[in-house]
Design a protein around this ligand. Structure first.
Ligand SMILES: [Zn+2]
Length: 133
């Protein structure tokens, strides 16, 4: 596995998780049977214990392999901006979108005159690197 990070398909990933869960269930029940056999001094308990331990080791190895293949998806940050405009003089101001912004919402006083700033549009600014504002 020297190909570096590669994306696992969702279906394959689910299949892998199911296989891992199955392996862990088999291993744990094997350990349980082995332990019971050991308590009751039955023959053949050792093979259960070995199967259980190897199963768990395989599961741990698989989980470790999977961890190195998981591609962490970064949350996409949209550069949403709010354009505020003065009703009186038409002064415009662009700022980063804040929760609670909506079009036609009054947003403070105009810095140039005594008019009111009103949100005129909210849009996604394209071609900008996220986190510019
Ligand atoms: Zn104004």
């Amino acid at each position: 596995m020297s190909t570096g990070k590669r994306k696992l398909g969702t279906g394959l990933f689910v299949l892998f998780l199911l296989a891992m869960a199955f392996l862990i269930v088999i291993s744990v029940s094997s350990l349980y049977f082995g332990y019971n056999g050991y308590i009751r001094e039955e023959e053949g308990y050792l093979i259960y214990l070995i199967t259980g331990v190897f199963g768990l080791m395989l599961a741990a190895y698989g989980a470790n392999q999977m961890r190195s293949h998981i591609v962490v998806i970064q949350p996409i940050e949209f550069n949403v901006v709010t354009l505020t405009e003065c009703e009186k003089c038409g002064f415009r101001n662009i700022r980063k979108f804040e929760s609670g912004d909506y079009v036609l919402k009054t947003h403070g006083d105009c810095p140039k005159c005594d008019g009111q700033m009103v949100i005129s549009s909210i849009y996604h600014e394209e071609g900008q690197t996220p986190g510019l504002f």
